[in-house]
Design a protein around this ligand. Structure first.
Ligand code: HSE
Length: 313
């Protein structure tokens, strides 16, 4: 049994346009780290939360009842822990309220680190529901489209009625992702509360068709079918106005050859999928479009099979 571990959990793209609350993609090169130590005092505590700049995080609480990392880790500890406890140190790499699965990344890294300190660690897939406890606290709803890819890596289908079952989809060869984060914030909980509660048969049929076709495109490695199906006609139109640069960035991405472009989760981040030969240029034009209307931004390029959470030391 280890006494101290650090886990990394990647950021992720929620919904991936076609699958509201049920499809997510892990990202490379950006995520949260949680270090964990055994303690004699009972239960989970949070020692500190730091931002990317290394400073104490100005907004996130160390109250274990108000931090997604400790809430998730406590859920695991309640099931598998002993009379002692675990102290967590959270290093945020994912911007808050970014639509990049920030709360999910902390929750996943915390359960993966805490799990490694157990006498008998659980297999990764058994950690999903514990990580979801943290995510539920943050977003006010039960959806695994950030937690599942952050935990498992790659592109993961995770329909709520089938949880804890998830389905890792085949990777589209030759396709990469660009994620652009404009410097603004959108509260997922608030964005979820604003969504319409009723939808038409037409919307249901159309979106269901796009989701089914996108999954077939992944299974058959069919890039043209990705281009035809990577669309959100239900949720994106309700949220696009929350992100003032969305239209400009989307137009620029599609002109530069994106297969599709939509909000990541509830935004403000915007993602595009494209053939790998296009992604570098796509990131440049998306950033230019965003800065062109006066909004500072950052972007990441990722493959479709980014690794999931793992222990680093
Ligand atoms: N799927 C959820 C939403 C969370 O779009 O509200 C995404 O981060």
């Amino acid at each position: 049994m280890s006494m101290h571990v650090t886990a990394f959990a990647p950021a992720s793209i929620g919904n991936v346009a076609v699958g509201f609350d049920m499809l997510g993609l892990a990202l490379e090169g950006v995520g949260d780290r949680v270090s964990a130590w055994r303690t004699e005092s009972a239960g989970i505590t949070v020692n500190e939360v730091r931002g990317v700049d290394g400073e104490i995080h100005p907004y996130l609480s160390t109250d274990p009842m108000q931090n997604t990392a400790s809430i998730a880790a406590q859920s695991l500890w309640d099931e598998c822990g002993d009379e002692g406890g675990v102290e967590l140190k959270v290093l945020k790499g994912v911007p808050l309220q970014s639509g990049m699965g920030s709360s999910a990344a902390s929750a996943v890294a915390a359960v993966v680190a805490t799990n490694a300190l157990l006498n008998q660690p659980l297999p990764n897939e058994k950690l999903l529901m514990h990580a979801l406890e943290g995510e539920k606290y943050a977003s006010g709803g039960l959806h695994a489209d950030n937690v599942a890819p952050s935990l498992l890596g790659g592109l993961v289908l995770c329909p709520v009625p089938l949880l804890p079952r998830t389905i890792s989809l085949p990777v589209l060869s030759g396709v990469g992702a660009v994620l652009l984060h404009p410097e603004m914030q959108v509260s997922t909980a608030q964005a979820r509360r604003s969504l319409a509660r009723h939808y038409s048969m037409q919307q249901w049929l159309e979106q269901q068709g796009y989701l089914a076709a996108f999954i077939a495109a992944c299974t058959n490695d069919d890039i043209e079918l990705v281009r035809a199906s990577l669309k959100d006609v239900v949720i994106e139109p309700q949220r696009a106005d929350n992100v003032s640069c969305f239209t400009e960035v989307r137009v620029a991405a599609m002109r530069a050859g994106a297969l599709g472009c939509s909000l990541s989760g509830s935004g403000p981040s915007i993602f595009a999928l494209a053939e790998i030969s296009h992604v570098k240029n796509l990131a440049i034009v998306m950033e230019q479009a965003c800065r062109g209307i006066g909004i500072e931004c950052q972007s990441w390029i990722s493959s479709m099979n980014a690794p999931g959470a793992h222990i680093e030391d």
